[in-house]
Write a protein that binds this ligand. Sequence first.
Ligand code: 8X3
Length: 310
Amino acid sequence: MGRYEVVRIKKPDLRRIKQQSASALVTQKANLGPVLALAFGGNTLFFRLILANQLTKQIDKRMLALITGATSGIGRATAEALALLKYRLILCGRRQERLEELSRELARQTEVHVLVFDVRDRSAVESAITSLPADWQDIDLLVNNAGNAHGLDPIQDGNPDDWDLMIDANVQGLLYVSRAVTPGMVSRGKGHIVNLSSIAGKQTYANGAVYCASKAAVEALSAGMRLDLTQHGIKVTNIAPGAVETEFSITRFKGDADRAAKIYDGFTPLTAKDIADTIVYAVTAPPHVTIADVTILASAQASATTIYRK
Ligand code: 8X3
């Protein structure tokens, strides 16, 4: 098969296609690789050529995404989903081996660049992002996914080291990475930032005050970024998942896998892929649409603390 696939498009679909982004079209045909959509169906040759030309230009300029916390969970699932859309990927994380393993896997589908740094380390963030080669600098999409929960204790018993880990990664880390990436988006007049918040950022629960506060900060930062960046053509999407079965609870309970598993007992939790699918929905929305804020719960979950278990 050559570089392009010719896709027959029925006449009623032509209007819809014209309003869609190229990446949305590629989503629909992700399994075919790069797609050149040629419209057949009674329209003029002129229109067909314009459409084909526009799509070729957009597809040739592949979107570039930077994902923090890409080594596991929602970050990894998002990297896999965006690779299917042929995004070029900058995968960021602390664990070099895992990043390289993922990079090798995804290199079959797209171009991948790995950056090893800890989002909590401001100078490491700055030097990693400024070290990007010229053709990896024009980041179209930033997925601020890195974050964690440590401990589940009443405030009087909380461990300040746990608090530092959460505030430093979930709040400071998100700020440092955003500060390094957004000036380029502003100068290009386009971009999209997806911040991973939580139902915990909207509803505070007992024993989780600091984690909830860190995610409430993400909610405020998403709203504030949208106020500052919309005028520069940059979309900001805030995603607030409920219970997602990842390494999240194992980290929260310091490696106690049995205690972590109990969190997801008796109901079907969300998966990392469920959240990645929502991110794909947000980033492939047409140019005139911003998916601003999405709360995603398992269907057995009604609030941060109400889960109907069987
Ligand atoms: C994860 C969701 O409810 O465990 O952010 O805090 S919850």
